[in-house]
Write a protein that binds this ligand. Structure first.
Ligand SMILES: Nc1ncnc2c1ncn2[C@@H]1O[C@H](COP(=O)(O)OP(=O)(O)O)[C@@H](O)[C@H]1O
Ligand SMILES: [Mg+2]
Length: 300
């Protein structure tokens, strides 16, 4: 498949076009591999395909998520965090119940609510991020390979049982979050620091291309071989004003590792957490980003 990509010499903003889908996508039932707010991801051995969630599904998830955050104050320590960390069966059931409610309550009410704001921000960021990734990152080693083919029907585990897809993305070995959790479990903290360095290097490569991720959570990055790649383009921006806004927030954040989702991974090693926070702050700041950012992309 990769040879095909090279032979095509596809220009950066065009995906690799194949005459038909890879056989492994249609041979058996694809496994549900991961999910975020907007997508559910199914995998064969080497490829993943995505199902975009419907508007009501996304709205229901946002409402569930907000409810859990509210419950946090009354639930015993960490219970809410555990619920959110693993998109578990409980959350799925809650989401389905909530979806029924979302359908009953008039649409206008949801739109006017805070959940409506969150939903609009998510959608806007997702659409823009995908566009920027296609323009600036496609064909680079910073994202997994993406292929397109004539539409095919594939069988998937769980509801709805099947999907029609016309694109697939190279499957990574694990999300960066999964890899770091495994390494922490095995006490391999030196390797954790190496992966975190690679994440910071990847981010700087992005800045050189004039794109900045406003949603740099470890679940949005993947590992493949010795590379970190960006899995989720949602939240990418090329607007300097937005980058600056985000960086002024970073400037006052004292523990970046918590925001990134590293709290659990580094809980037993506060000195590594501390070292990483310092390293992050030395890189993710206005001066450093500006030193990489293309000059022609700065406001006049
Ligand atoms: N190329 C891939 N290989 C393996 N897993 C992936 C891949 N792309 C996405 N995933 C899994 O699916 C999850 C959701 O994908 P993501 O693009 O982040 O969707 P969302 O926009 O809903 O957050 C990821 O956190 C990851 O677990
Ligand atoms: Mg995501």
């Amino acid at each position: 498949m990769k040879q095909g990509a090279a032979a095509n010499g596809s220009s950066k903003d065009r995906p690799t076009l194949l005459p038909h889908a890879p056989d492994e996508l249609t041979r058996g039932r694809l496994r549900r591999l991961g999910e975020g707010i907007g997508k559910v991801v199914y995998a064969s051995d080497h490829w993943v395909v995505r199902r975009e969630r419907s508007g009501t599904e996304i709205m229901a998830l946002i409402v569930v998520w907000k409810l859990i955050r509210k419950l946090e104050r009354v639930l015993p320590g960490g219970a809410a965090d555990r619920l959110l960390a693993h998109p578990s069966r409980q959350i799925r059931i809650l989401r389905v119940l909530m979806q029924a409610l979302v359908l009953i309550v008039p649409r206008g009410l949801w739109f006017a609510s805070h959940a409506g704001d969150v939903w609009r921000v998510y959608l806007r960021r997702d659409i823009r991020g995908e566009k920027l990734a296609a323009q600036h990152l496609r064909g680079t080693p910073f994202v997994p390979l993406r292929i397109e083919f004539p539409p095919v029907r594939v069988a998937v585990g769980g509801w709805p049982g099947w999907l029609t897809v016309s694109e697939a993305v190279e499957r990574v070995e694990a999300t960066l979050h999964q890899r770091l959790v495994e390494l922490a479990r095995e006490g391999r903290f030196g390797e954790i620091e190496k992966w975190l360095d690679r994440l910071l290097e990847l981010r700087q490569e992005g800045w050189k291309l004039g794109v900045f991720s406003m949603d740099a959570h470890l679940k949005n990055f993947g590992v493949t071989g010795d590379r970190v790649v960006l899995l989720d383009a949602g939240g990418l921006t090329d607007r300097w004003a937005e980058v600056e806004g985000r960086l002024s927030f970073e400037a006052v954040a004292t523990q970046p590792h918590i925001q990134l989702g590293l709290g659990g991974v580094l809980a037993a090693r506060p000195e590594i957490a501390e070292r990483f926070d310092q390293r992050w702050k030395a890189v993710v700041n206005r001066e450093r980003v500006l030193s990489h950012w293309p000059e022609d992309r700065l406001p006049a």
